[in-house]
Design a protein. Structure first.
Length: 631
């Protein structure tokens, strides 16, 4: 706002003087913003109140002055005739526009960022632990890139953190102040956000109260401005957004696919997300209206392409999204049968026929519609569990994406997923009888590896199998462990076996708390003893419990850390994280491997970053970042 002489007269006040001014680079919602420092130590952000539609204009007119990004960067503190008269300094721009300290102080908002420090909190002959910044923030959380890769989901840690400066850190609404920084304590964007999501496909949803939701990239560029009433994450290049109370899809080039045409509103009752450029739509909404059970993807389904064009006409009573070029769908016909009507439900839908198969993106059949059901398997995109031959006399088997049998339909039940080419099967329906025994079938070699004889089975990705078994010689239940080919790894007398560090296994006999450690040949590395929680074979340390507290001892029973903590983690690292209490009453700190306290147990959360050099410590109203430096 322009400062005129008559306005200066009214500014004989106790407002502090400017000491420093910095112009921010232009960003969404804050085209022209300043960071101003005052001589009382406060820092505020002042944003020139231009209209939103002006933000993209090369030149902006405000109160008779023209502004460009270059002109805004010319802001300087000056002692002109007004400031000399009233002992108040002024911010001046090269176009002659003036800003007073009173205006910036009263209309500015508090600007928060970490305070950089250089405090050594621990040092020995091997390392230094230094505090590099501190901040009066409520919480600081890591921001991740969520990645789907070969059907595996994992989170990639970025050098980005979001700090909740005020209000509730768990709120999904636009009523928080959230600031993005990096591990070094540098604030990366001047905007005070109200919502920040993790990154999906290189984009993160951000929101600001009064403006709505938009998307940024990892370099803090606003790819899609904050303007929507609601927004969802990007999936396969598209995101669902809500604008003017209507749902649309948007791509990363800001192209909006309008699925809310009058024709679509009348035709589609359900519109799902895009997957592989195809959007699943239904002309009938059946959630909660099925006579026998409620299924989330029951309807009359078809598919639209990335332009919103109907490529596959709605016709399938069940449909899954496309994955690796095909979609599992089901043919049939919904009818309303009065026999299902009662005082609680009326007009419930039913189908006498379900024929499952798969189609490609043209709608052509790639798996014939001959199955009673097709079930996808975790970690496998190329094979499916199928029921064939009718529900009364049919069986379960495994097929590939072309419908070729990998395991004939001879199993009464297939238990769990396929792991490393192995499936667990039953000769009876396990849901009807918990005592049904389990066998294992080898898909790769098309043979039964074990006839049903186990009460439970765990198959691991390395091919190892741990199975519950009633041993007649010992007259009790034990667990046995086999390799991928069905060969027993060691002769077991244990009721519990769990893989541990490398080729070692944690074991127990009658009491699950009396744990020991054996190697791959079954040789005892540590005998089963009371209250052993976890073994750290590389460090030759054992977590043990006493009076519901956890401590550490070595393999010779020497106590290294007395049992006084609720949790000890990061064992084997340079420092250990320890916790006393749970939930809201928990207190977390850091100790050395010999138990010396490095960071007092006064924080709510302590987290190591993936670089193994930075540690974020948070409690209500205070956060700090520590840096580990090896000598």
């Amino acid at each position: 706002m322009e400062v005129k002489e008559e306005q200066i007269e009214s500014e004989k006040n106790d407002v502090p003087n400017f000491t420093k001014v910095e112009a921010f680079p232009p960003v969404d919602t804050e085209r022209f913003a300043l960071k101003v420092f005052f001589d009382n130590g406060e820092c505020k952000k002042y944003v020139l109140p231009i209209e939103r539609h002006q933000e993209k204009d090369e030149k902006v007119s405000f109160r008779g002055y023209e502004f460009t990004d270059k002109i805004w960067q010319s802001a300087v503190i000056t002692d002109d005739v007004f400031s000399q008269t009233y002992n108040k300094n002024i911010i001046k721009f090269e176009n002659g526009f003036l800003l007073s300290n009173k205006l910036c102080y009263s209309e500015g908002t508090d600007y928060s960022e970490p305070e950089l420090t250089d405090d050594i909190i621990y040092e020995d002959d091997k390392c230094i632990l230094k505090r590099i910044w501190k901040w009066n923030a409520n919480y600081v959380h890591l921001i991740y890139e969520n990645v789907w890769e070969n059907s595996d989901y994992w989170q990639k840690e970025l050098d980005l953190l979001k700090a909740y400066v005020v209000k509730d850190s768990d709120s999904e609404q636009l009523n928080c102040i959230i600031i993005i920084i990096n591990s070094k304590g540098k604030r990366l964007c001047s905007v005070d956000f109200s919502y920040i999501d993790d990154f999906h496909e290189g984009m993160a949803i951000v929101g600001k109260n009064g403006f709505g939701y938009g998307y940024i990239d990892v370099n803090m560029n606003f790819i899609i401005p904050m303007q929507f009433e609601y927004a969802e994450e990007f999936i396969n290049g598209f995101a669902k957004i809500k604008q003017n109370n209507e749902w649309h899809f948007i791509d990363k080039k800001r192209n909006i696919i309008n699925l809310n045409t009058q024709t679509n509103k009348e035709k589609y009752q359900e519109i799902e997300d895009y997957n592989e450029g195809m959007c699943r739509v239904s002309t009938l909404k059946l959630e909660g209206k099925l006579a026998y059970y409620s299924d989330y993807n029951a309807g009359i389904w078809g598919f639209l392409n990335e332009y919103g064009e109907e490529i596959i006409q709605p016709q399938y009573i069940y449909a899954n999204d496309f994955k690796n070029g095909i979609a599992i769908v089901c043919k049939g016909k919904w009818t309303i049968d009065k026999k299902w009507d009662n005082k609680c439900n009326k007009g419930m839908y039913w189908t006498e026929t379900e024929l499952w198969g798969a189609i490609d993106k043209k709608g052509d059949e790639v798996i014939p519609f001959i199955y009673d059901e097709i079930v996808t398997l975790d970690d496998y995109d190329e094979i499916f569990k199928v029921h064939y031959g009718g529900w009364e006399k049919g069986k379960w088997g495994i097929i590939d994406r072309s419908g070729k049998w990998l395991a004939e339909a001879v199993f009464e039940d297939i238990y769990g997923d396929c792991v490393n080419g192995l499936i667990a099967f039953c000769n009876n329906n396990r849901f009807d009888n918990d005592d049904t025994l389990i066998g294992i079938y080898d898909i790769n070699n098309k043979k039964v590896l074990f006839e049903p004889q186990f009460s439970d089975v765990d198959i691991f990705k390395n091919g190892e199998i741990i199975a519950d078994y009633f041993d007649k010689k010992q007259n009790r239940r034990i667990e046995r462990i086999f390799d991928r080919n069905g060969k027993e790894i060691f002769d077991s007398e244990y009721s519990f076996i769990s893989p541990s560090y490398k080729d070692t296994y944690m074991v127990a006999k009658d009491n699950i708390d009396n744990r020991g450690l054996v190697d791959k040949k079954g040789r005892v590395l540590y005998p089963c003893r009371n209250n052993n929680l976890r073994f750290h074979y590389k460090e030759k340390l054992i977590e043990f419990s006493e009076n519901n507290k956890v401590g550490l001892k070595d393999f010779d029973e020497n106590i290294i850390i007395p049992p006084k903590y609720t949790i000890i983690s990061n064992i084997g690292d340079v420092f250990y994280t320890v916790q006393i209490g749970v939930n809201e009453k928990s207190k977390v700190g850091i100790i050395t491997p010999n138990g010396k306290i490095v960071v007092p147990l006064e924080f709510r959360r302590i987290e190591w970053l993936s670089d193994d050099k930075h540690i974020v410590c948070c409690r209500d109203g205070f956060c700090q970042m520590l840096e580990y430096i090896e000598k």
